[in-house]
Design a binder for this molecule. Sequence first.
Ligand SMILES: Nc1ncnc2c1ncn2[C@@H]1O[C@H](COP(=O)(O)OP(=O)(O)OP(=O)(O)O)[C@@H](O)[C@H]1O
Ligand SMILES: [Mg+2]
Length: 448
Amino acid sequence: MSGSSESDGEQGNGTDGRTAGPTEADSGEEAAENEERPTRFEDLALAPPLQKALAGIGFTTCTPIQAETLPMTLAGHDLIGQAQTGTGKTAAFLLTAIQRMLATPLPWEERYASEPRILALAPTRELAMQIAEDAEQLCAHTGHSVMTVMGGVNYDRQREQLRNEALDILVATPGRLIDFLSSQDVFLDQIDMLIIDEADRMLDMGFIPDVKRIIRKCTPKDQRQTLLFSATFNQDVLNLSSMWTRKAEFVEIEPEQKTAERVDQSVFMVGNDDKLTVLTNYLKRPEVEKAIIFANRRDQCRDLNDDLRNQGIASELMSGEIAQNKRLKTLDRFREGQIQALVATDVAGRGIHVNGVTHVFNYNLPDNAEDYVHRIGRTGRAGRNGVSVSFASEDDAFSLPAIEAYIDQKLTCEVPEESLTQPLKKPPIQRRKRRGGGGGRRPQGRRR
Ligand SMILES: Nc1ncnc2c1ncn2[C@@H]1O[C@H](COP(=O)(O)OP(=O)(O)OP(=O)(O)O)[C@@H](O)[C@H]1O
Ligand SMILES: [Mg+2]
């Protein structure tokens, strides 16, 4: 959630065109034809401290996913919610959680350390931190405490906090949470609500055992409320979700298209050897203020980041091999505009919100069509416009039909214009070709 200082005005315009903002709503015939008035937060039965926090952040009108889900979730229903990237799913579940705690306050003497009331699970540490920050903003006047438990940082400090501080909202990544469950530093049998953000990623193959272990330690499903959110769901995940929920409502905000409507998408047909030239020339265009460049493998990201820096681009690496502290610092510097470009694996493709990402590049097309949706959803968020540029070379053009089928949209492939193919001023770094293209292997026999 971005504070009003960064987001004023623009975000109030709703995030996907269905919520008319004040300016749009007040003018033009189209607005007059809108039979339904957009739901305002003040129309919902939210407690005054929450209303005050919302006013402070500058949120007045619900986004469609908030307008559709909040009446049900505030009434206590379990829910699976699907809506486009960047349309405010976080606030939808956090408002429900905080309102629930406000409606059933615990006397001080019944608030224990190690026993959260709300558990929110997220697949990456960056996302966990972001959810916690949003929660803190919404808890500004409620007196609830928020804590993050995640791998890579501050084990001892997290344990001390769990052991010694009364805890309301716990936001966690699965691995570290399991550590603390095993060491009995945290207990989940008193939680009132379980939230799984990016539920399809959390419930895809890799995470299922961890999530199952965590859920087994939670309050039983008939005694807790369970909410799952994501921009993408597949049938397997929906089937699985029904195991964790009780008579869950399913809300899907069906947009015209799966990808964020405000993203102008293009695909460049470009040979592998020309990608760096086209990307570098593009990044030097003045309109590219903040860019995220996705590549599929860590070694590709590492080389690309070196290549871009060699070309004078202020870029940094965001992949799983980078130490967590460094990743968080990098994200902060990117947020503050000190670096222009992040070169990232899909670590940064889920849920991460950075205001004003103007461009997303797919240096390779992703293997999963869902990842395409999440990646380009880093731009065009919260009512803003964005541009995505994907490179389809001889190696990855074969992923295109599956992506087009998934997003139900034809992507026009174009040849990059001449200005983008101008030779680079500085020669690119020469590397030996990797044998077999194996992920993350150092080239054999490279001399330093
Ligand atoms: N009602 C609202 N009015 C204005 N802005 C909002 C509102 N709700 C959320 N936002 C803003 O919209 C942006 C995107 O929200 P959020 O990160 O929750 O999106 P999301 O739907 O979870 O996207 P993703 O699928 O990528 O995770 C944030 O900056 C948030 O502060
Ligand atoms: Mg999200």
